[in-house]
Design a protein around this ligand. Sequence first.
Ligand SMILES: Nc1ncnc2c1ncn2[C@@H]1O[C@H](COP(=O)(O)OP(=O)(O)O)[C@@H](O)[C@H]1O
Ligand SMILES: [Mg+2]
Length: 630
Amino acid sequence: MEASKTMNATTVNTPVTIPEYDLKKVQAKNRLLGMWRLMHGYRLTYLSANLSLAFSATFKTCTFLLLRYFADQILGQPAKNGMLPLIGLGFITLAALEGSFTYVSGRLAAYTAEGVTLRLRNYLFDHIQRLSFAYHSKAKTGELIERVTSDVDALRRFFSEQAIGVGRIFFLFIINFAALLSLNVKLALISIIVIPFILVSSVFFFKRVTKAYEKYQEQEAILSTTLQENLTGVRVVKAFARQEYEINKFEKENWDKFLRGRKLMTMHSFFWPLSDIFCAFQMLSGFFIGATMAINGEITSGAYLAYAGLVVWLIWPMRNLGRLIVQTSTGMVSFGRVLDIIKENREPLEDGDHQPVADLRGDLVFDQVSFEYEDEEGLVLNNISFDCQAGQSIALLGSTGSGKTSLVNLLPRFYEYTSGCIKLDGVELNRYSRKYLRSQIGIVEQEPFLFSRSIRENITYGVGRNVSQEEIELATKAAAIAEVIAAFPEGYNTLVGEKGVTLSGGQKQRVAIARTLLKNPRILILDDSTSSVDTETEAEIRSALQSLMKNRTTFIIAHRIQSVMNADLILVLDKGQIVQKGVHAELLAQEGIYKQIFDIQTRIEMELEKDISKSAVGAAMPVESYIAGD
Ligand SMILES: Nc1ncnc2c1ncn2[C@@H]1O[C@H](COP(=O)(O)OP(=O)(O)O)[C@@H](O)[C@H]1O
Ligand SMILES: [Mg+2]
């Protein structure tokens, strides 16, 4: 049901209608069967393409039969000279028919191959987006790209060349063999002796080429992952002056690819000459035996002429059968690699039996919640209990790896807690559908991601309703980014990223805040939203965040005491456990991590303050505001 919906979504804007089919069903033990299923909706076209080839093959064969008639009945018989124009017309007509059907079959084949892969690519894109958080935190981007592009393309080649070749080979063989039988049975049988040799050698190579191609594709995926990571992390590479290392790493992987590619090609270049030798031997001996038979008068010279032409077109399919078998291996390997993605289960978005009738308030109760990652040993969250009322703010403080992100990731159900219970407005969290929760929860990440689209598109992303310019401007004002955007030459239409403006970390952060403001979520998660920017920007962001937090249940993850001290509840986490819990004043009164962090941070600030007041001659800037930022 969900799949048909997604196919609908993909067919909306395409000029051709894509036949609907849930590609999840292409999973089959036998890959050829799976590939046949992949052609669902295109099989008629595919069969028509093959049928056209059969017609085209028939007309070619007829040409040789006409040649025999011409040689035996017309040539050297002056009485029948009048037939010449007719024979000529016959040859022309046959050639025209043959050509037309070849063209039609080419078109249909292209339609099949392109259509099947168009649908497959759409499906994969759609499918990948719907895989779980856990899948994406493990999957390598380069590997995924490789499978959606290179492997799908190998499949396209399979459908446009090999899959269509089957019919051509089959029909050419049947028709020409029948024609040869009609000429002379003995000669016909002699002409197919080579078949077993071709079959045995191609099965032998099929297995080896499959393995070699599998290795080749794996290496290609490694190479593209290397490239993709290098490009994404190019700043780090430069900052650490690791170019040399990265270049060596790439060259090593590239060399590996070369070796594997060479092995694959060597295999091919063994096979082709071998099958060519078989076929040449077959052809020459056929010519020789046929000529002997013609000389002995067993067949007419017209029949020999026709035979000489026909046998070429009988050997062609036999030779190509070998090619087909060997090349099919590449299609099958790529299909397997694509299947690996299709096999993955989607994250159910619509599950959950609780349909909230009223608006969400945002009361939360955590009751002895524990959590561990699926394939990872050990509890990441251990017995977490606390509660908060709608509109309150909860701050999470703790060292890296203490489980802060894991805790907030439970709320949109990116992951499912393993024991205990979380109640949202009195209802168990996993009774809400993921889709609903995600529409109610806004997240501002440490490093928000912006698309290479216009600022307006980035701000209205995922809002799910029409937003007026006024509303956008209100949001950007509240997020303290309106002036920055207004200063851009194209305002809200300015592109972000490669082809447009480069935004600083703090600016990106505020665009993300505006985006979240527009979404107007009931629950807000600020995961380290201010840790990567300088103090001045932090101050701006913090005031932007203040307007964002109004009337929402908010989780704040931060390292600076100033960011968390006003929270209604502060939780100090250590190794997945709550070690301290309370408001700022309470926690300061206790001996513990919180007080230690507070002391360290105030000492640093006081020293900073001293330095600044010493060096700033005019001291025009009020020092407190510089540091505290409010
Ligand atoms: N996707 C994941 N799969 C497995 N383990 C993870 C994953 N994400 C985080 N962890 C582990 O869970 C622990 C808590 O991590 P995290 O919640 O990110 O901590 P924090 O946000 O406090 O730095 C760490 O030991 C980390 O290695
Ligand atoms: Mg974190």
